[in-house]
Design a protein around this ligand. Sequence first.
Ligand code: Z5A
Ligand code: MG
Length: 219
Amino acid sequence: MAEKGRRGALVVVEGLDRAGKSSQCELLYRSLLALNYKTKYIRFPEKDRSTPIGKQIDSYLRGQSQLDDHSIHLLFSANRWEVAQSIQDDIADGVTVIVDRYSYSGAVYSASKGNPNLSLHWAWQPEVGLPRPDLCLFLSISPEDAAKRGGYGVERYETDCMQRRVRDLFLSLLDLPHNDEICVIDAGRPVDEVAQDILEPVLECMKNVDSIGPLKKLG
Ligand code: Z5A
Ligand code: MG
């Protein structure tokens, strides 16, 4: 269901590793479908990591290849630019697009590596011009609680030290005055409680897209 002429909403879900982003995106996707909304769910890096760029990212994250910090950063960004047009087309077509990780992860993870030539400011620049989310849900969880959840420790950024730097940088991004589309959700609670807290602002956002106006761009 999309009301005649109404565009879809761009909803991004961000947060630390194991905050439950993918679980919540899946639940949100199913809830919106059940309510008869035209909906898509995409994730970055892309789910099967099967495009040429996706394969390079996958191999890097698994520690099977080494890449310069700037190069891998630009690949993550390129992965988003590859689908930017199709996101815009879907939104114009009345489809609400749910995105699991986006530019915020892109900038924060790269800038958390401690490379003195890779600041948060530098890392944000390739994101400028991408579709700007109407709503960005930041799933907040302590690194300790995140570490207790399944699968932690498999990929290269999943170390305590890195996760703490990622958390600090995410928090500094959330504080920026122009990021008023960001909504912080306490993700350290049971799945269904978190899902309920997510569904409400998403439905509100979908209702208000007309007053927000056309999809904006990240600046
Ligand atoms: N990265 C980057 O560097 N640059 C970029 O531009 C982008 C990403 C886009 C892989 O990302 C890496 O890429 C990531 C950032 C970097 N860093 N690392 N490492 P990814 O998105 O592919 O990562 P992932 O493998 O999907 O993990 P994740 O996203 O961190 O997990 P999640 O999606 O937040 O959590 P989940 O898969 O939904 O749940 C994890 C487990 O917790 C699972 O067993 C669930 O059943 C359980 N869970 C979920 N919710 C709950 C609650 N509420 N209670 C208890 N247990 C729960
Ligand atoms: Mg995930």
